[in-house]
Design a protein. Structure first.
Length: 248
């Protein structure tokens, strides 16, 4: 049976422990990394040769039709310019994206398709797709730090990216704080089910302080390798002309 003195001591212990936990939680919250800490500033444009090393159309179609379409271009030259301008062209055809407007051409089969993608970030290309964080690529999202964990020997920070206008978690990203690159990205649908997982591998420093992954593996929701692209001859900040991305 507790004496009055022991009850007081026990009460003081509980109070002290509660404040200690509160201070620890507040400290952990304040010290949590912010996704904006890993933005790669100063990157205005990017050009690379992109080779499709693997493309299983059946497995890609399980993600969505757009992936199967893009992977048909095989060996392409990719040009990207901020904000939101993309050009991919090869022997088979070309795709140009400017804002929310996309033009896809395959001359051999007389295909020319122009469409509007709306504001859905999963349908629009950004440097997030290459594993690079820029102010533009994360602007449609609210980022929440979830945890830190080790993946393939690297200590990474994990964030949930919520698409602000729909209040849904669109992506979960694993960020390497050393080179500021995304190492892994889960793409989720509107009910939180995983659509695909991207692994960004073999990073290369193309110029001082700017790293770019040179291999991207994409797994569909069944964890089957659907496609692999390899990046080479990567160049940044060449001052690409906006006229390259005009859509008639």
């Amino acid at each position: 049976m507790f004496t009055r003195r022991r009850l007081i001591q026990f009460s003081m212990f509980i109070t002290t422990a509660t404040f200690a936990l509160a201070r620890g939680f507040a400290s952990a919250t304040l010290d949590a990394p912010n996704l904006t800490d890993f933005i790669l500033s100063g990157l205005q444009d990017l050009e690379a040769r992109v080779k499709v090393d693997k493309a299983d159309q059946n497995e890609l179609t399980k993600i969505n039709r757009d992936f199967g379409m893009a992977y048909r271009l095989k060996d392409i030259n990719l040009k990207y310019k901020s904000p939101g301008m993309l050009r991919m062209e090869g022997a088979v055809g070309s795709m140009v994206l400017n804002g929310s407007t996309r033009l896809f051409k395959v001359p051999q089969i007389k295909l020319s398709k122009k469409d509007e993608l709306g504001d859905e970030p999963g349908r629009k290309y950004s440097l997030l797709d290459v594993g690079i964080l820029t102010k533009e690529s994360i602007s449609p999202f609210t980022a929440k730090f979830v945890r830190s964990e080790t993946l393939e020997g690297n200590q990474l920070h994990v964030f949930e990216l919520t698409f602000a206008s729909k209040q849904i978690v669109q992506y979960v990203v694993w960020v390497n704080p050393t080179n500021k690159l995304i190492v892994k990205r889960d793409w989720l649908d509107n009910v939180g089910k995983k659509k695909a997982t991207f692994y960004y591998r073999d990073p290369k420093e193309v110029t001082a302080g700017i790293w770019v992954p040179t291999r991207i593996d994409i797994m569909n929701s069944e964890n089957v390798l659907a496609g692999t692209t390899v990046y080479s001859e990567v160049k940044v900040n060449q001052g690409l002309d906006a006229a390259l991305f005009q859509i008639p």
